[in-house]
Design a protein around this ligand. Structure first.
Ligand code: ADP
Length: 496
């Protein structure tokens, strides 16, 4: 017993395993066939039972007509079936009293004609038609009212009615039983049954095979997606799925998958460039420091010589530290570890504090920072991130401005935004390069950036931090006349 249970558990387990690895097209074909099979079976059953009902109704109507004809010609008295002598005229013989019983028994029952039989309340045959020969029709003693049913008679099916004969006093004196042969009707019903029964599995099997074929054809593009996806590696990121002819869901799937590959390839390329640029930027100061130190230890030198060289090494190391800080910052916001802590910030006041700190650097180039219009506006922002944004833009403005020039900062309300602009009178940026300045490691011109110590990362960080706080960054510039950076803050709850 336990063994049997174990075996059946094993079987059901392997069934579910097979089911779970069943191909999509088989599963589609299976579900479709099951649903259609249920529907076809339902339609067949409805057709069969409707035809059967119509056929029986016809027989029942015929019997009803016969019964009413017999009853209209007869009369039930209080105690007996007096009026039923007319049965004789309807070919009724006294079956029980027949003297030549044997010869009648030898007669074959003619199942093609109608049969009439009169029984008393106990079911004793009183009179019957000669077509019944030596047979009697089935009598159901428990039947109270009129009823129509099928019964077996002489090896053939007949449709039969059993009508109670009730006198005026309401006493059931007996029953009139009328039957008609169902032979032809039964042949039709059997044929219909056989057609349905044998055609059903053929239809279902054909349907399953056809659905499987069509489903296989329809999902062929998915197989292409799988094959392409299996082929894609970091080296083969340029492979794409051929788009299907019809603009259907599979087309969208392929197009979406291709777009995903585009983005992956793009991100992978950017990552490669970023790593190459970062290592290049780190290699340069390292090489300078290494070279300086190697020269210094070759022979003893003057104290002043050491001091200048150590200072230049420290400068390079500072540069490296700045680069590493920026790289760490980029790595943190790329991995979404930095999330802004938005609060209501009084913009002009916040800006004033940052400008004050920058004044020392500006004064080294005799640059003045002018605060033009300052509206008392509050913005929704992360104060720390906002500080980083302003510091980067202002330090660029100082870096790329000539000595004794001025930088103008303004805060004003415009339409639905608070607009903050920082304008300098510096070297400017050529129009065709304006879009690229927010890219990582992008520097407009290596030669003019010489000595600025920038890595081309500042503005990419500005852009990312601004995006995180829904601040729009814009830039306009004219070569040798100056550049204006603008930050527009949406007026929200924090603004007033
Ligand atoms: P960097 O650290 O090199 O300044 P950024 O990302 O901050 O890098 O700036 C990218 C480039 O945009 C700079 O190399 C510079 O050429 C240009 N740039 C940025 N701000 C200004 C400005 N105010 N005036 C002129 N050029 C600028």
């Amino acid at each position: 017993m336990i063994m049997m249970m174990k075996n059946s558990a094993k079987k059901s387990h392997s069934f579910f395993k097979e089911w779970s690895v069943m191909s999509l097209r088989n599963r589609i074909a299976f579900y479709y066939t099951i649903t259609t099979a249920v529907l076809i079976a339902l339609v067949f059953a409805i057709i069969y039972f409707t035809v059967e009902r119509i056929v029986y109704k016809q027989f029942d109507d015929e019997i009803k007509k016969e019964v009413s004809e017999i009853l209209s010609n007869s009369n039930i008295s209080t105690h007996d079936f007096k009026g039923f002598e007319s049965f004789q005229n309807r070919d009724i013989d006294a079956g029980d009293n027949d003297s030549d019983n044997d010869s009648i028994k030898k007669k074959k029952v003619n199942v093609d004609t109608e049969f009439i039989q009169l029984v008393d309340s106990t079911g004793q045959v009183i009179n019957k038609s000669s077509s019944l020969s030596w047979c009697v029709l089935a009598f159901n003693p428990n039947q109270a009212g009129s009823a129509y049913f099928n019964s077996n008679f002489g090896g053939s099916m007949v449709r039969q009615a059993q009508v109670p004969l009730i006198n005026k006093q309401g006493v059931t004196l007996g029953y009139l039983i009328v039957a008609v042969p169902l032979k032809n009707a039964m042949i039709v019903l059997h044929d219909l049954h056989d057609i349905f029964f044998f055609s059903f599995p053929v239809i279902i099997l054909t349907l399953f095979m056809l659905t499987r074929l069509i489903a296989g054809k329809s999902i062929r593009p998915i197989e292409k997606v799988i094959a392409t996806a299996e082929n894609i590696t970091q080296v083969h990121l340029d492979q794409r799925i051929p788009l299907p002819y019809h603009h259907d869901e599979l087309y969208r799937l392929s197009a979406t998958f291709n777009a995903l590959l585009d983005r992956m390839q793009d991100a992978f390329q950017r990552e490669k460039h970023f790593t190459a640029n970062a290592s290049h930027e780190l290699k340069t100061p390292l090489a300078i420091v290494k070279g300086t130190l190697e020269v210094l230890i070759r022979k003893p030198r003057e104290r002043e010589h050491y001091e200048t060289r150590v200072h230049s090494c420290l400068k390079e190391l500072d540069r490296m530290a700045r680069l590493i800080d920026q790289l760490l910052m980029i790595a943190r916001y790329e991995s979404n570890k930095i999330q802004p802590h938005i609060e209501s910030v009084e913009l002009s006041g916040h800006l004033g504090g940052i400008i004050e700190r920058m004044l020392a650097t500006a004064s080294t180039k005799d640059i003045s920072i002018i605060i033009d219009k300052t509206e008392n506006a509050r913005v929704a922002a992360d104060p720390g991130m906002l500080e980083m944004i302003f510091e980067n833009i202002l330090s660029n403005a100082i870096k790329y401005s000539p000595t004794s020039s001025s930088i103008t900062v303004a805060v004003q309300r415009k339409a639905n935004t608070i607009l903050c602009t920082i304008s300098d009178q510096g070297i400017g940026i050529p129009a065709e390069k304006l879009n690229a300045i927010f890219e990582r490691f992008y520097r407009v011109d290596e030669s003019r950036n010489a000595g600025t110590g920038g890595f081309g990362l500042g503005l990419s960080i500005v852009k990312k931090l601004a995006d995180l706080q829904h601040i729009k960054v814009g830039v306009t510039s004219e070569t040798n006349r100056g550049t204006t950076f603008s930050l527009s803050f949406p007026i929200g709850e924090a603004n007033c």
